[in-house]
Design a protein around this ligand. Sequence first.
Ligand SMILES: [Fe+2]
Length: 176
Amino acid sequence: MVKPSKPAKSNTRLDTPTDLSGNATPEIAAALNGCLADAFALYMKTKNFHWHVSGPHFRSYHLLFDEQAAEIYATTDELAERVRKIGGKTIHSISEIAKLQTIKDNNKEFVSAQEMLIELMPDTKLTIKAMRAAHEVVDKHDDIATASILENFIDAAEKRHWFLFEMSRSGDGSGH
Ligand SMILES: [Fe+2]
């Protein structure tokens, strides 16, 4: 007689079958959840700047920040679902984001348009660096699907950095 299988323990209920080996799931999940927390933090900051920017270039900055925020937000679902596909658990709340994010919030009352661009550049670079580090982890585990997602996200983040850099230039050929 076949015994009925035991009910799954609560902490294994969310396991997803994966053929990735060894420590792949926890290591990749940790790397991706870090990227996810920073994506939410950068999304929020970019929206904040979209809402609070002012000055002579209002329209172009307002639209640029909205465009970038939408792109960043679109990465969150893919990152989180990738974690679930490989059997990991992802972020549950704003408080978890706060614990994991490496990008610093900006709660200042007023930030000039130029300062917004200057601040978003290193933040964007930080996300690129974290995604490159995550790419090394997934490479180690032959997780080519996550690698491919990260490659596209890195390219998009580099494009956002390019736009921020160009818009931050003074126009006199001196850089900033
Ligand atoms: Fe808006």
